[in-house]
Design a protein around this ligand. Structure first.
Ligand code: FES
Ligand code: FES
Length: 168
């Protein structure tokens, strides 16, 4: 079967088997930012955004994504121009092995898009189903609080881009 999606702002067509998950299709086509951890929807390592909502791509049947708008970690910043959430994770040393981080960042970004100034409790709740075996979570919470501050700064929209009118 063929699947037509918008992936990180680009219209793409992918070949897929009916039994594939979204994660299968992404990774087979070179989008390896979303990680395969549990493969059962329980760790959050594979989180991407589908039509703006965070989704566990390992349990998202590919047949349900035709026509959707998908964003992966590759669609955020670049190595030389990190998205504010990515920059906050780096600056707060909120990663060790890094395996959970793409999912953490995608989940955090969705939280901040909906709630630009979350409390610590709201951050913990939003990330409660994203697991990390390394960091103890404290620095991750610090990073999301830092990211909220950065994204609240003048000229940075809640999606991490520039507010219209400030890029001139
Ligand atoms: S790999 Fe998808 S939730 Fe764990
Ligand atoms: S940094 Fe290693 S699992 Fe989170």
């Amino acid at each position: 079967m063929e699947i037509d999606v918008t992936l990180n702002g680009v219209e793409r067509t992918f070949e897929a088997e009916r039994s594939d998950s979204l994660l299968d299709v992404l990774r087979r086509n070179g989008y390896t930012g979303a990680k395969r951890g549990c493969d059962t929807g329980n760790c959050g390592f594979c989180t991407v955004a589908v039509d703006g909502e965070p989704e566990r791509s390992c349990i998202k049947p590919v047949a349900t994504i035709d026509g959707t708008d998908i964003e992966t970690i590759e669609g955020l910043g670049s190595q030389d121009d990190l998205h504010p959430v990515q920059a906050a994770f780096v600056d707060n040393a909120a990663l060790q092995c890094g395996f959970c981080i793409p999912g953490m960042i995608m989940q955090s970004r969705s939280l901040l898009a909906e709630n630009p100034d979350p409390t610590e409790a709201e951050i913990r709740e939003a990330l409660s189903e994203n697991l990390c075996r390394c960091t103890g979570y404290e620095k991750i919470i610090d990073a999301v609080q830092d990211a909220a501050g950065r994204m609240g700064e003048e000229g940075v929209a809640t999606d991490g881009g520039l507010v219209r009118g400030t890029d001139e």
